[in-house]
Design a protein around this ligand. Structure first.
Ligand SMILES: [Zn+2]
Length: 521
């Protein structure tokens, strides 16, 4: 009888809401943390580190609420190795279905001498006592030896052994300062696995920082050496250069499953959504060439690659965009792109053309691509719109009145005329004057949209300069973004004009197919 061997399970410990959130520019309020935690639950992480409860009342509240909200993952919070921290941490964590106390103290000579001003013996005692105290409150305790990678290895072995004896079920060996390299880290972890007599009583965890760009590589080396838990963050956010990126480490284990022979509980199809949620909450985008979730991660520019990918994806793709929940295989078009790729892109952004129209559009595209290195969706849209029907004014702005200020709720009242010349009136409140205007336009036109990008700049110098608002909107969940521009010396008016401009372009595009049918082409 053939018995199928089960792969070793690697726990994914997400610290986006603690280590990630700690980084400058990434702070989140309680509601945002809950939103993110629910997405992490969907993603299938095993542990959510929701904050550092004693660090602030806001963090305490966030950890409490996350503990009360998520059901499947273990919820943990960081506590220094003292009774007060641990007690406060527990007060927040105790509401969780599966609570875990995470406590830590530094074990490297440099941290013990200069930061803690303690001897190794003192540190060991504090660590053991902290774990014991935590175990009296909670069954699941994790201990972290801060700066483990710069700690004396014999001392580290001793600490690991003693905290396991004291009841720690997970022992984390962080590369706190992002100093180690894969071959060294692999050695440290395998030494722990081989020398600590009771190591089988706990899961060895790793937590790597990216100061040398090695956080993911180091984590993978540690997994190879026997680590059973990886601590990481969405988009790799975190202190300084960030933490090990969840999407990268998970996809490396997934794509190279045969090499590692491990599995995670992550639903990889939720990766892209998780990344996007985080960028929309923090307002900090990932770089375009970011592995797995960057704008270009699945873009193929060279014609030979494009053609290959369209024929057989695996020619140039080691994983499918769908496997990480990426919306579609975005081909960036350039002068090397072929007709096939051009037509595929046309369809993806909502244009269904007949052969004759495709010929004309493709010739124009080639002309443009000679002048421009990259041809964007908007360029293609402009080609087709100019060729088939210059975009129609389905709606135009007739009147806009906005009230806002610190004592009133921002309200926009507006009138638009439709293509028949009827005047339509509506009003809406909003988070601010621009938001109120957008909502009023949605109401009056009956077309919903989601603002994706918004940029404002002065067209010329001087106080009376015209403002140019450029924005992109996804209308009616169409799956593609439409851009619009508006100009005015009043930025709220410029914003409303830009939205209506985008809306008219969207409706033009949406109706092209219908017009063709009507004319029987
Ligand atoms: Zn860290």
């Amino acid at each position: 009888m053939e018995v199928k061997k089960m792969s070793r399970k690697i726990m994914i410990f997400d610290t986006t809401l603690r280590d990630g959130e700690q980084a400058p520019g990434f702070s989140m309020n309680v509601e945002e943390k809950i939103k993110m935690a629910l997405q992490l639950e969907k993603l299938g992480v095993d542990v959510i580190e929701a904050g550092f409860p004693i660090s602030s009342p806001g963090d305490f509240e966030a950890v409490t609420k996350v503990a009360k909200t998520v059901k499947k993952p273990i919820v943990t919070g960081l506590c220094r190795a003292n009774e007060k921290d641990i007690q406060v941490g527990w007060d927040a964590l105790k509401h969780a279905v599966r609570p875990r106390i995470h406590t830590f103290i530094a074990t490297s000579d440099i941290h013990m001498k200069y930061k803690l001003k303690m001897t190794p013996e003192e540190v060991l005692e504090i660590a053991v006592n902290a774990v014991k105290f935590a175990r009296n409150l909670c069954d699941d305790v994790e201990f972290s030896a801060e700066d483990a990678t710069r700690s004396d290895l014999d001392f580290l072995c001793k600490v690991v052994e003693e905290v396991i004896k004291a009841g720690a079920k997970t022992v984390n060996l962080p590369d706190t300062v992002g100093y180690t390299v894969p071959m060294e880290y692999e050695k440290i972890i395998s030494t722990i696995m081989n020398k600590v007599p009771n190591v089988d009583k706990a899961v060895i965890s790793v937590h790597c920082h990216n100061d040398l760009g090695l956080a993911v590589a180091n984590s993978l080396a540690a997994v190879k050496a026997g680590a059973g838990q990886v601590e990481c963050t969405i988009n790799g956010i975190g202190e300084r250069a960030g933490n090990c990126s969840l999407e990268e480490v998970v996809m490396a284990l997934y794509v190279r499953k045969q090499l590692f022979d491990v599995e995670t509980g992550i639903n990889t199809r939720e990766i892209y959504r998780s990344s996007r949620l985080l960028t929309s909450i923090t307002g900090v985008d990932v770089q375009p060439n970011k592995a797995i979730v960057g704008k270009n991660a699945f873009a193929h520019e060279a014609g030979i690659h494009q053609d290959g990918v369209l024929k057989e994806r695996t020619t140039y793709e080691i994983m499918t965009p769908e496997s990480v929940g990426y919306p579609s295989n975005k081909l960036v078009l350039g002068k090397h792109s072929g007709r096939h790729a051009f037509v595929a892109r046309l369809k993806e952004i909502g244009f269904e053309l007949n052969n004759n129209e495709i010929e004309i559009a493709f010739a124009k595209f080639k002309e443009l691509a000679d002048k421009k290195k990259e041809v964007y969706d908007e360029d293609i849209a402009a080609i087709v719109e100019n060729q088939i029907s210059s975009h129609k004014e389905y709606f135009s702005l007739e009147y806009l009145n906005v009230t806002s200020g610190n004592t009133s709720i921002p309200t926009a009242t507006l009138q638009v005329s439709n293509e028949k010349g009827d005047i339509l009136t509506d009003a809406s409140i909003g988070d601010g004057p621009v938001d109120a205007s957008f909502r009023a336009i949605e109401r009056v036109t009956g077309v919903e949209g989601r603002l994706k990008t918004y940029k404002i700049q002065a067209v010329s110098a001087g106080k009376d300069a015209q403002g140019e608002v450029s924005l992109t909107v996804e209308f009616e969940k169409s799956g593609y973004d439409i851009s619009g521009k508006g100009y005015s010396t009043d930025i709220v008016q410029a914003s409303a004009l830009a939205w209506i401009n985008a809306l008219n372009r969207y409706l033009t595009r949406k109706n092209i197919g219908k017009n063709i049918e009507d004319k029987g082409i």
